[in-house]
Design a protein around this ligand. Structure first.
Ligand code: F6P
Length: 357
């Protein structure tokens, strides 16, 4: 008999349910008796002992369902060691609940912050297996996270729709794509949607270069320009500031987000009409795309295999087209940034895409 705790933590994404279903189906087909404790709303469920006993049927019919049947929430790692408003030690509470329920393993589906906490719990003696979720694809130790491809599809479709109206009106259009720290999603959706300019957190932009590209396009007969801007895109001037000053600048900014600032700068410099579209959380919503259904199911199956073998302390990841187990202490605390010198950036530039650098 295996007693398995499971939780989904952080911002949700597509295929969380598919991944959990993959774990549970694998265990069910092994013939091993299992008890599943589903903690509700992320680590909060583990801290406060809120869980539901689940069985195979609860995971049936959820392959295509977006969101997470367990609910999710953010429990920032930087406050994990701070007592809650009632003085409760959160780490102690999680350990106590885990041991009280005599769990064999806790399966955590999460992104960066969630992996830091998962690794902390491992250090505190809990058996942990994790699965890499996030639309940002910024988790260290895996070439791909589930949720990413589905989000690329949605952001691309948004750019596709903008394309037709941009062509009719001859305007400059900005589509703001999710990703505060990394630009994987913006780069992929931007390239797939045929964006002319792509602004990423990893490549600080010069607004003069952005304007130059728009003017060049116009000179060559293109009436419109599409710009894909990551939430965390940053200008060269801002990039020179300390992190503290960057934060202060963002807090004091009159713009709701960087896209509106870029739009205003373009308008001031060229007098052109600029429109901003923010697909926002739609990028994390709806059904997982077929790629993510397959990918998350595979990761879930491999996690089930690790549990059956009693191999703990790993994230199930994907490297060089193979599913691999990555030690949690290698994953925790690192972000997988886009390398501005990578071949994909070089190829995008060969295609004529400007990064404003
Ligand atoms: O981490 C995934 C993500 O969707 C980011 O791309 C985005 O910046 C952030 O979460 C939004 O967070 P929230 O849902 O808390 O507003």
């Amino acid at each position: 008999m295996k007693r398995i705790g499971m939780l989904t933590s952080g911002g949700d994404c597509q295929a969380l349910n598919a991944a959990m279903r993959g774990v549970v189906k694998t265990l069910a087909h092994s013939g091993e008796a299992v008890e599943i404790y589903g903690f509700l709303d992320g680590y909060k469920g583990l801290i406060y002992g809120n869980f539901q006993m689940l069985n195979g049927k609860d995971f049936s019919g959820i392959l295509t369902k977006g969101g997470t049947i367990l609910g999710s929430s953010r429990t920032p790692f930087k406050t994990i060691r701070e007592p809650d408003e009632n003085g409760l030690d959160k780490v102690d509470a999680m350990k106590q609940n885990y041991f009280k329920l005599r769990l064999d393993v806790l399966v955590v589906l999460g992104g960066n912050g969630s992996h830091k906490t998962a690794n902390l719990l491992r250090e505190e003696g809990l058996n942990i297996v994790t699965l890499p979720k996030t639309i940002d694809n910024d988790l260290w130790g895996t070439d791909m996270t589930f949720g990413f491809q589905s989000a690329v599809d949605i952001a691309t479709e948004c750019i596709d729709c903008i394309h037709t109206t941009a062509a009719s009106h001859g305007r400059v259009f900005i589509v703001e794509v999710m990703g505060h720290k990394v630009g994987w999603l913006t780069l992929n959706a931007g390239m797939a949607g045929g964006a002319d300019i792509i602004l990423l957190p990893e490549i600080p932009y010069d607004i003069k270069k952005v304007v130059q590209k728009i003017e060049e396009r116009e000179k060559n007969g293109s009436k419109f320009t599409i710009i894909a801007v990551a939430e965390g895109a940053i200008s060269k001037e801002t990039a020179k500031l300390s992190k503290k000053d960057q934060k202060k600048r963002a807090e004091e900014s009159k713009y709701p987000s960087v896209s509106y600032e870029v739009a205003d700068e373009i308008f001031k410099r060229t007098g052109r009409e600029v429109r901003v579209t923010v697909p926002g959380h739609t990028q994390r919503g709806g059904s997982p795309c077929p790629y993510d259904r397959v990918f998350a199911s595979r990761l879930g199956a491999e996690a089930g295999k690790l549990i059956l073998k009693g191999e703990y302390g790993f994230m199930v990841g994907y490297r060089n087209r193979e599913i691999v187990k990555v030690p949690l202490d290698e994953v925790a605390g690192k972000l997988k940034y886009l390398d501005p010198k990578s071949t994909i950036i070089e190829e995008a530039k060969l295609l004529g895409i400007s990064f404003g650098d």
